[in-house]
Write a protein that binds this ligand. Structure first.
Ligand SMILES: [Cu+2]
Length: 258
């Protein structure tokens, strides 16, 4: 009788051990396949199209802070320029390239802003939809340089959910209930946009990113109180990315100038 009980106990133990061995092996296999998936996302490409959005990991140079467009951002239009912000004084020969399929869609030279903390390069407004790889070389007054890279995409079909305010010389955007109304608008080149603050909370108009606000400095306002307004006339086609620096996570806006 004792022998029978012992045999049953051994069988139960063996079955339990086998079951756990199976579970552990399976979860290890799953972990391995997840790792190889994320590794394949890291491969370097600069030849993708907007239909196949597969962003690589950005490479941040020394003293890098932010960039606009942001890495992985998908825009409804071509940005007027690509801007990269640093926490150290930039010097010549700092350079930005905006590449797709080996072609540079930047216009003119890379320009270092007056404060020395941002550099920018204009972008061709007729650049096609797709993923752009930005390669930059940031140089310091001591002559040393560090490189970095990031990607963004243009997909013009995303402009279908922008309010069409084209062919108006002036348009208004209300700031109320901690929102821009409307958040996404299309306007014609030469249009004057006025933001009106309708509530008892101070708001700001600031171009991206936060807090560098360097994408289009002309568009940066002071504090706008209740009943006050702020205006900008847009004379260059492209997409403008902005936010309220008092509410940068929720108040975000887009103006597509055509
Ligand atoms: Cu605000």
């Amino acid at each position: 009788m004792r022998r029978v009980i012992m045999i049953i106990a051994i069988v139960i133990l063996a079955a339990t051990a086998g079951y756990y061995f199976f579970i552990i092996t399976k979860s290890r296999q799953q972990k391995l396949s997840n790792t190889s998936k994320s590794e394949s996302n890291n491969r370097i490409i600069d030849t993708s199209t907007a239909e196949n959005l597969d962003f690589t990991n950005p490479k941040k140079s020394a003293h890098y802070e932010t960039n606009t467009p942001a890495h992985g951002e998908i825009l409804a239009g071509v940005p007027i320029n690509v801007v990269i912000d640093f926490n150290f004084d930039l010097a010549s020969p700092s350079e930005i390239k905006i590449n797709m399929n080996g072609k540079d869609f930047g216009v003119g030279n890379t320009v270092i802003d007056d404060g020395g903390l941002s550099m920018r390069r204009a972008m061709k407004n007729d650049a096609p939809d797709g993923i752009y790889s930005v390669f930059y070389n940031a140089c310091w007054p001591d002559g040393s340089c560090h490189n970095g890279s990031f990607q963004f995409a243009v997909n013009r079909s995303l402009s279908s959910d922008f309010s069409d305010l084209t062919n108006n010389p002036e348009v208004t955007i209300d700031m109320n209930s901690l929102q821009f109304s409307d958040e996404k608008i299309r306007i014609s080149n030469g249009t004057k946009v006025t933001w009106n603050n309708l509530e008892n909370v101070a708001h700001f108009i600031n171009t991206n990113p936060h807090p560098a606000h360097s994408y289009y400095p002309v568009m940066n306002s002071r504090s706008i109180g209740q009943g006050e307004s702020f205006s900008v006339t847009f004379n260059e086609a492209g997409i403008y990315l902005y936010h309220c620096s008092a509410h940068p996570l929720t108040m975000r806006g887009y103006i597509l100038v055509e």
